[in-house]
Write a protein that binds this ligand. Sequence first.
Ligand code: ZN
Length: 188
Amino acid sequence: MHTTTNSDIHKLLHSLNFAAMKHNDQRRKDKDKSPYVNHLIGVAEILSRFGENDIIILQAAVLHDILEDTQTTGEELESAFGKEITGIVQEVSDDKSVEKEERKRLQVEHAPFISKKAKLIKLADKIMNVTDVGQNPPADWDTNRREKYFDWADSVVLGLRGHNREMENLYDTQVSEGRKRILKQRKN
Ligand code: ZN
């Protein structure tokens, strides 16, 4: 009898369910404090929308913040989802024992050398983040802080390019619209 337990759809829902439970008590930084899981779904949806429907990529996408932002360990992730997905999630995770500015610098430095799958996930993540900063920023982020975020994201994304032109175009559009909004706000 055919079982659906190992189907790609089930794998994706299993990952999403796992991530939703682990990020259960977390909210995003926007002024409406959106549920954290919205971000994870958004990142996976961007990848899928632009043709990246490899199941490993989509699973790693919904799990991409789980090591950085929850108590989940690498061993726990590996026993639930295997080595490949865990490896990708590790590639896109910052080392939280490192101070914040140094972590940001390391993202720029490491971006060109991570795997293609990790690059695509990181690009989708940055698309979501610059869209949030442009359209729905945290309440206490002034125009300078938003501009600095775009500058930093641009330098990370420089190292991620070359695998999905349409996603890169979406990133560029979101940043240029975000920057235009900043200029407009400064004039007023
Ligand atoms: Zn993220």
